[in-house]
Write a protein that binds this ligand. Structure first.
Ligand code: UFG
Length: 329
């Protein structure tokens, strides 16, 4: 039987596909390639198309024996979501609804969702637990939470079982250095810091140094993309073993400030990496750190990359050898 991975040409999706193939799963990828990269997917398994297109979905479910769906296809930029909320409701919420309808029609009942720490909004406490309140502060988090709620009701009505994985800050690259992070334009901290190390940017702009943290900059929980990939594979195993739905946080449980990330990147790259301080970015919580105890206990998830140094080192290995990202592949 086959696992359908939507958005499997994107950053986290492509690392998950590689991991699934390494563990002898049969995989097909559906990706519209608006953000994803065809070069990130092994030959022969990529179907170009959109999750919102019922005919494409019908073709896949009619032609493959799909056991489960891992759903990454989505827009995922917090800032953009505040500017264009309807785009996010369209791609994220309507996309998931069409996908779930096709699954329902074809009797597919296992679903793994790429969800986010943005579902919590401003945390009431850290580390954040799955049962903490979810009050998103931007449309991106809101649309992912809407999908989680859709999944709850699909379980109640149709017996569709799901695992929603709320990631904190995905970072790093495949240890082979063959795939990695490539967003156009880039907005995430670690790739931007490494672009400064490569001389592609003059300095890193720190968005605010007046937060109530030790050095005044925001603290985040960075989790390696291969550890996220491992969690998706384990979520699939969970759904094979259990007849229940679940939500899990994925993070290392340790927070690093923006200045600590820059300091670590200086060490890894041997470059100066100058920084400037600018205004706070709207909607950035001061501290986001996960409790991933539930995923460790119930999924048997065991992150392999627990230090910031090794996370940044794998990212650097990718960026150094692919300064133009997938355009140079
Ligand atoms: N930052 C800078 N300068 C930059 C880019 C980022 O100072 O040029 C700071 C941000 O203010 C933040 C930290 O670096 O404090 C990390 O920012 P990222 O943009 O890398 O990541 P976010 O924490 O904003 O976003 C991540 C995921 C989102 C998810 C969100 C949950 O990428 O998908 O966590 O809050 F929604």
């Amino acid at each position: 039987m086959t696992i359908l991975v939507t958005g499997g040409a994107g950053y986290i999706g492509s690392h998950t596909v590689t991991d699934l193939l390494d563990y002898d799963e049969e995989v097909i990828v559906l990706d519209n390639l608006q953000k994803g990269h065809a070069q990130a997917v092994p030959p022969g398994i990529l179907m170009r198309g959109d999750v919102r297109d019922p005919e494409t979905l019908h073709e896949i479910f009619a032609n493959y024996e799909i056991e489960a769906v891992i759903h990454f296809a989505a827009d995922s930029l917090v800032g953009e979501s505040a500017q264009e909320p309807l785009k996010y409701y369209d791609n994220n919420v309507i996309g998931a609804q069409r996908l779930l309808s096709a699954m329902q029609k074809h009797g597919v009942r296992k679903f793994v969702l790429s969800s986010t720490a943005a579902a919590y909004g401003e945390p009431q406490r850290v580390p954040i637990e799955e049962s903490d309140q979810t009050v998103p502060t931007n449309p991106y988090g809101e649309t992912k939470l809407a999908i989680e709620k859709m999944l709850h009701w699909c379980d109640a009505a149709y017996g569709l079982k799901s695992v929603a994985l709320r990631y904190f800050n995905a970072a790093g690259a495949h240890p082979s250095g063959k795939i990695g992070e490539d967003h156009q334009p880039e907005s995430h901290l670690i790739p931007i810091v490494l672009q400064v190390a490569l001389g592609q940017r003059e300095a890193i702009d720190i968005f605010g140094d007046d937060y109530p943290t030790t050095d005044g900059t925001c603290i985040r929980d960075y989790i390696h993309v291969m550890d996220l990939a491992q969690a998706h594979r384990l979520a699939l195993h969970y759904l094979r073993r259990n007849n229940s739905s679940r939500v899990y946080n994925l993070g290392n449980g340790q927070g690093f400030s923006v200045k600590e990330v820059i300091a670590q990147a200086r060490e890894v790259t041997g470059q100066a990496i100058p920084w400037l301080v600018s205004a706070r970015r709207p909607g950035d919580p001061a501290v986001l750190v996960a409790s991933a105890a539930r995923a460790q206990a119930e999924l048997g998830w065991c992150p392999a990359y627990t230090g910031l140094q090794e996370i940044i080192a794998t990212a650097w290995n990718w960026h150094k050898h692919h300064p133009q990202g997938f355009a140079g592949v």
